[in-house]
Design a protein around this ligand. Structure first.
Ligand code: ADP
Length: 265
């Protein structure tokens, strides 16, 4: 196909139409194969918790229900799997709304420093099962951005939950807000397992996980960062990762900002 392309491009005029057609066909095939892969992924992601639940329920039905030690544990497993399926289906619905542009941005001026303080405070209150220490480095000057608070909260929740999930016991999680040129930059750093270089570009793709088994154990859906990227882009921002394998991970987000409410961003 490539050889054809160069031959066609040497001609002017009428053959240009053919270039477009060939291009359209490959683009269509790409979309179609992505769609098939997506459906396969969804099916697999739903089948895994269903299979687990089925075997635990069978064991309960076969008598484990009489065992006062085992029964609560088995029920707990099925509950956890149900929760994960609900999260997965919610994430899928959300992505489907994003894809078909079926959502609205409720943009309001928000001071990002206090917004971040609030989010961190909430995590400090609820994270009890792991001994994580949060550090805040928030720029002194005000940082106003026009954001959809719910959506950006979800973005940060996903990223901070990952930082916690993939951190060791007693790990430090640092959240920084600074001004970088005409952008406000938020970063979330952890001292966790890190992400190998070859995977760093892929973590924002749907269902991509560095270690599928481990990610599932910690309850992930593989969609958190894909949703985060969509929402950051909808805010005219950027998101990227910098990570050192076995040392830690930092996720960066930049957003347009102003030092006062209603300013030009
Ligand atoms: P998941 O629900 O599996 O966490 P995400 O979309 O949030 O899905 O993240 C995709 C993958 O990126 C994760 O499965 C994990 O492999 C990797 N990842 C994300 N954040 C971190 C982090 N802070 N440290 C190490 N790996 C991470």
């Amino acid at each position: 196909l490539e050889a054809n392309f160069s031959a066609i491009q040497e001609d002017d005029g009428p053959m240009n139409g053919l270039i477009t057609v060939l291009h359209d066909v490959t683009e269509k095939e790409k979309i179609e194969s992505e769609r098939r892969e997506f459906v396969a992924n969804v099916s697999h992601e739903l089948r895994t918790p269903l299979t687990t639940m089925k075997s635990y329920l069978e064991a309960l039905a076969d008598g484990a229900i009489e065992d006062k030690e085992i029964a609560p544990h088995f029920l707990n497993v099925t509950q956890k799997e149900t929760d994960r399926m609900i999260r997965l289906v919610n994430d899928l619905l959300q992505l489907s709304r994003i894809d078909s542009n079926d959502y609205e941005m409720d943009l309001r001026w928000v001071e990002l420093g206090s917004f971040l303080h609030q989010i961190i405070e909430r995590f400090e209150m609820v994270v009890k099962d792991k001994d994580i220490v949060f550090h805040r480095h928030i720029v002194k000057q005000p940082t106003f951005a026009k954001i959809d608070e719910d959506k950006l909260t979800q973005v940060l929740d996903n990223i901070i939950s990952n930082a916690i999930k993939y951190s060791p016991e007693g790990g430090n999680v640092s959240i920084t807000l600074l001004h970088q040129g005409n952008k406000a930059r938020i970063s979330i750093s952890d001292e966790g397992m890190g992400i190998p270089t070859e995977s760093q570009d892929k973590i924002f793709e749907r269902f991509y996980r560095v270690d599928k088994a481990r990610a599932r154990n910690v309850g992930g859906t593989g969609l958190g960062l894909a949703i985060a990227r969509e929402y950051v882009v909808a805010h005219e921002g950027e998101i990227w990762v910098n990570s050192e394998y076995n040392e830690g991970t930092t996720i960066y987000i930049t957003l347009p900002y102003s030092t006062f409410k209603g300013g030009k961003v």
